[in-house]
Design a binder for this molecule. Structure first.
Ligand code: SF4
Length: 371
């Protein structure tokens, strides 16, 4: 059994109806026992919970402080390639976009590493488009040791791999895998993913099970907020998370909450989520899971990132480039999407400190348990 079997038993229409008909009484009950409670998560994501946002924020802040302290982990994405064999109409890397394509060589990666190390980073997220033949397991197996020799924590955000391939990469030092479903609504999914392997909705849905079976330490889920009803997509991600946490309890989990951003040739959000909605979403997930890591990227503005910081966020990227080789040679044309928070790493770190938090560049080293 995998999450696909669980998902097939869910009645999406009934869930959507239940979510949108939750009452204030339901919200008050949900706030009493939100932890690990999927019904409470549904209620706290509903429109009925919006007037309770202040109370949710206070509870979320207290839990986050208790569990994570005054710490914000900083990480840097490094884009290795913008080659992609898929057609996703919201992404600048989509196959039909006539942009310059690039795969970083080991020498170019070394240059990017030097820049990110100079900026103080010790946690790295390697990102590629999805192109199995040119940027596949052999490339990852070559690149990973190079990066792992310089960074304590290395995660990947690439195409779904096979279980054995995840095991191979774990053996080479891989710490985490981020794999977003984008939307859990199959019709909307089919509309936005029209070509390539990513168009197989169920294959993607099945992928986090393979990541966990590959013994990956940290697994990240995500939905692209704006493609469909964000409340329902978030709720279904909650179901996915609950299943994985229960079945693969040795792994740690994170979620990312990207809102659709402008990109070369991309679409506008059809169901946009407001700032208030995103605050509600972060608080609802923090009340649902005390240990869940929640990541906020530079897609969001600096003011909004500053305000959201105490409410449940544990990880932030800073000074990011979304183009391969973009730290050494900024090139708009190669970017996956536009970023909003363009502050330098130092500026972000200063703001974190001014808010009474500590910017954490490193919280783990493998040989701490080997000695
Ligand atoms: S979202 Fe991912 S798979 Fe889709 S076009 Fe962009 S890089 Fe490729």
């Amino acid at each position: 059994m995998s999450f696909v079997d669980i998902y097939k038993q869910l009645d999406l229409t009934a869930l959507q109806l239940a979510l949108h008909s939750a009452t204030t009484r339901d919200v008050e009950r949900a706030l009493q026992h939100p932890r690990g409670n999927l019904h409470a998560l549904m209620v706290l994501l509903s429109p009925a919970a919006t007037p309770y946002l202040e109370q949710m924020a206070q509870q979320a802040k207290a839990i986050t402080l208790q569990r994570f302290g005054h710490n914000i982990q900083l990480f840097a994405p490094m884009y290795l390639s913008n080659l992609c064999a898929n057609e996703c109409d919201y992404c600048g890397f989509t196959l039909s976009n006539k942009i310059k394509r690039k795969v970083l060589s080991t020498q170019e990666i070394a240059q990017e590493i030097n820049i990110l190390k100079d900026r103080g980073f010790d946690s790295l997220l390697l990102v590629t488009g999805e192109h199995e033949s040119k940027v596949g397991i052999d490339y990852f197996a070559q690149v990973l040791p190079q990066c792992k020799s310089q960074f304590s924590h290395v995660s990947i955000e690439v195409q779904p791999l096979q279980t054995e391939q995840y095991k191979q990469l774990v053996g080479l030092g891989l710490d985490g895998v981020l794999l977003y479903q984008e939307t859990y609504h199959p019709v909307t999914y089919a509309k936005h993913h029209t070509r390539g392997k990513k168009s197989d909705f169920l294959y993607r849905l099945d992928s986090p099970d393979r990541v966990a079976q590959g013994n990956v330490d940290k697994i990240g889920l995500g939905v692209l907020l704006g493609l469909d009803d964000w409340r329902v997509d978030a709720l279904l991600m909650g179901h996915h998370l609950a299943y994985l946490e229960n079945r693969y309890w040795r792994s740690k989990y994170s979620i990312s909450l990207p809102r659709l951003r402008p990109c070369t040739g991309g679409i506008e959000a059809k169901m946009p989520i407001s700032d208030t909605g995103l605050v509600q979403l972060v608080c609802a997930f923090r009340l649902f899971s005390e240990t869940l890591e929640i990541s906020l990227s530079t897609r969001e503005t600096k003011q909004f990132r500053n305000n959201l910081m105490p409410l449940g966020i544990t990880h932030m990227s800073a000074g990011s480039s979304t183009a391969p080789g973009g730290y050494g040679k900024p090139a708009d044309q190669l970017e996956q999407f536009d970023i909003s928070d363009e502050r330098s790493v130092r500026e972000v770190a200063e703001t974190i400190k001014n808010n009474g938090y500590t910017p954490v560049y490193k919280d783990w080293q493998g040989d701490w348990i080997a000695t």
